[in-house]
Every structure is written in structure tokens, then in C-alpha cells.
Design a protein around this ligand. Structure first.
Ligand code: BYC
Length: 336
């Protein structure tokens, strides 16, 4: 299990925060040397504040994506077509919740509490992946989320297993193993539907048509418009650029679509012999930014559901705290 956060002194984050990088050329040089040597940075190590901030920003975006990502699929648990599909879907949605928790723990090692992170999400200030602001209209959407959304997530997250920040990298190892199961279950569910009736095949094609372009946008803006990429790459947080990952995903997905028997909805999608990659059409970045800024079809609904779930769970947190206090009082009485 991922327990890194518990082995770090409570004030680790604050200590480093009091050490501005500009006043510490020696520490900065040691940090740069470790990054240049492809070494790992651990919570107790000194790090420049900008590195800490960048990590918290990315981990926050990532953690919230896992948690909000539970909602579009969670909607289908009560409507799964069989006991087998229901059991798989429950396990998958639980896994996503677990991923969010590993990531909140990774952020704690940087001095940002889970409460702070949740406040950012619930107030609408923090970002989460654009993909979860689109509706899941039919059962095939659940399969396509597994195949394409989790497929895109794996493509993006495998390089993060080599991220320079130890706790984030280690969390990603387990996350990627679970994402791999998620991707396969989605693809298998779609294969079964494609061998079914004409209506089932149409449902799969409809889901692919609606989600394909949104999945390509998951990798983030084009490299030329990605303000965080250069620094993220320099620090070994990101290893492969947004555009390169997007291309790798397209190249890997085209043959899978062929086996499945679906058409990817892009008339410009074709193999380029010279580049040894597929060419593809224009992504609608205006629509992407509109969604990221809170105006996608489901942003308000997702946030409201998330806030309600948090508020409805207040009694559990209260009960857990009351129990802990009681245990502490009992222990103190026994020790006296
Ligand atoms: N949606 O400079 P850029 C999952 C933001 S969950 C929304 O390229 P960076 C799953 C970006 O944050 C998958 N916002 O940034 C769960 C930045 O804004 P800020 C989640 C996006 O960080 C449940 C701005 O645009 N995976 O798999 O260098 C069920 C400029 O972008 C998006 C991760 O989060 C987007 N798609 O690169 C099923 C992976 N793209 O922060 C599945 C970890 C960009 O400056 N994250 N933005 O306000 C990353 O690898 C990187 O953060 C990104 C962006 C590649 C996403």
C-alpha cells in the first residue's frame, strides 16, 4: 500500500517552504544535479518552491480527475446489463476512488492537506480532466470510457512512473496496473457488444463518435500552447510531451478500432508512411477550453454531485473523529 505520507514529519513541507530557492544556490545546485542525473526527489529533500508548486498543481488536477471520474461511470452501476458487468464496474469505480486517495497522499507529502485540495475542487478553483464533463448516454459509453479514456490515461501515466518526485512516481506504478485492467474490461465489453445485435453495434459506434475527439483533448493543449510543459519536462515531472503522447495513443488505437469493427470519426485519419505515424484532423480547442473553464455540458452537475456527496459524508467524518477522541481519552486514562 501507498504509505509514504505517514513517514514524513508533519512540518516537512513548511520547513522547505521557508527556504526560498534564490537564497540557496548550493541547495539549488544540488537539486539541479540530482535532476540532471535522473535521480529521485523525496519529501524530506530540499526542493525549490516552484517545483513543489508545479507538482501540487499537477497532482491536484490528477487526483480530482480520478474522483470526479467516478461519477459518469458510477451512474451506470445500477443499470449494468448483468451481474458480471455490475461487479466489474463497481470494482473499477472503487479503484478510481483509491487512485484519488494515493494522489491526495502524494500531495500531503508536499505540505498540501487533503482538506485544502478538496476545498479547491469544491469551490470550482481546481481543475480536473475535461473528459468527465461529458454525459454517459448509453451502456456503450461505459465500455468506451474503459477502452479510450483509460487507454489515454495509461498512455499519459506510464511515463509518470518515472517522474522525478518519488511518491508520485510510486503511486503511478500501482495506478497503471489497475488502469490496464480497466482498459481491457472496457475493450472486452465492447467486443461482446460488437458481436451482438445491429442496435448494439450502433450504440458502440455512437459512443465512439461522441467521445473520440474528447479523448484526444485529454492529453492537454498542443505543445506550442502548453505553458507548463517546458518546465515540467526540465524537472523530469513530464517525460513525454502532450503532442507526442497524443500521437502514440492514436497510433496504438487505430488497429484496436479495426479489430473491434468501429470507425474512428475523423476523415483525415490516415497512415503517413514518411512520418511513420497517423495523420489526424483538427481538435476543437475552443470547445476544450470552454469545458475546462467550467462551461461544458456536465461541469455544474459533476461539481454539485461531488459537493453533495462530501456534505452527505460529514457524519462519517464526525463519527470517526469522535471515535478517535474517545480512544485517546481512554488511552490517557489508562496511562494515568
Ligand atoms: N482537462 O500546460 P499544460 C483517469 C490544463 S483520470 C482539464 O499542458 P501540464 C480516469 C492544465 O492543468 C486522468 N485541464 O499543463 C479516472 C493547465 O492548467 P493549470 C487524469 C487540462 O500540467 C476515472 C492548462 O490546461 N490524468 O484516467 O503540463 C475514470 C495548460 O496545460 C487538460 C492526469 O491528470 C485536460 N484534459 O499538462 C477513468 C495525468 N489538459 O494547471 C479514467 C496527470 C491540460 O496551469 N496530468 N489541462 O491551471 C498530466 O499529465 C498533465 O497535467 C497534463 C497537462 C498532460 C494533463
Amino acid at each position: 500500500m501507498y504509505t509514504q505520507s505517514f513517514s514524513v514529519p508533519d512540518n516537512a513541507g513548511q520547513k522547505s517552504a521557508r527556504t526560498p530557492s534564490t537564497e540557496n544556490p548550493e541547495l539549488m545546485a544540488a537539486f539541479d544535479a540530482r535532476i540532471d542525473a535522473d535521480g529521485r526527489i523525496e519529501p524530506q529533500d530540499w526542493m525549490p518552491e516552484a517545483y513543489r508548486k508545479t507538482l501540487v498543481r499537477q497532482i491536484s488536477q490528477h487526483a480530482h480527475s480520478e474522483i470526479v471520474g467516478m461519477l459518469p461511470e458510477g451512474n451506470w452501476i445500477s443499470r449494468a446489463p448483468s451481474l458480471k458487468r455490475k461487479a466489474i464496474l463497481i470494482a473499477k469505480v472503487q479503484d478510481e476512488g483509491g487512485h484519488g486517495l494515493y494522489l491526495y497522499s502524494a500531495a500531503e507529502t508536499l505540505g498540501t492537506s487533503r482538506d485544502q485540495m478538496l476545498e479547491g475542487l469544491h469551490s470550482g478553483k481546481a481543475k480536473y480532466s475535461s473528459i468527465f464533463n461529458y454525459p454517459t448516454l448509453n451502456w456503450a459509453d461505459v465500455g468506451v470510457i474503459g477502452w479510450l479514456v483509460d487507454g489515454a490515461a495509461i498512455m499519459n501515466q506510464i511515463p509518470l512512473c518515472r517522474c522525478s518526485y518519488g511518491p508520485y512516481a510510486r503511486a503511478m506504478v500501482r495506478v497503471c496496473k489497475e488502469e490496464s485492467f480497466h482498459q481491457r474490461q472496457g475493450y472486452e465489453a465492447l467486443l461482446v457488444m460488437m458481436q451482438g445485435t445491429e442496435a448494439q453495434r450502433a450504440m458502440v459506434q455512437d459512443a465512439v463518435n461522441r467521445l473520440w475527439w474528447k479523448c484526444l483533448a485529454m492529453f492537454g493543449p498542443p505543445d506550442a500552447d502548453s505553458p507548463n510543459s517546458a518546465q515540467g519536462m526540465r524537472w523530469g515531472i513530464k517525460r513525454i510531451s502532450n503532442d507526442e503522447l497524443r500521437q502514440k495513443f492514436i497510433d496504438a488505437t487505430v488497429p484496436q478500432a479495426k479489430v473491434l469493427g468501429v470507425t474512428l470519426p475523423d476523415p483525415d485519419l490516415k497512415w503517413n508512411e514518411e512520418r511513420q505515424h497517423h495523420d489526424y484532423g483538427q481538435i476543437d480547442w475552443q470547445e476544450f477550453w470552454n469545458t475546462v473553464e467550467g462551461n461544458g455540458p456536465c461541469n455544474k452537475e459533476r461539481l454539485a454531485t461531488r459537493v453533495k456527496a462530501h456534505n452527505d459524508g460529514q457524519w462519517v467524518r464526525d463519527a470517526a473523529l469522535a471515535y478517535t477522541r474517545k480512544q485517546q481519552q481512554r488511552a490517557q486514562k489508562e496511562a494515568a
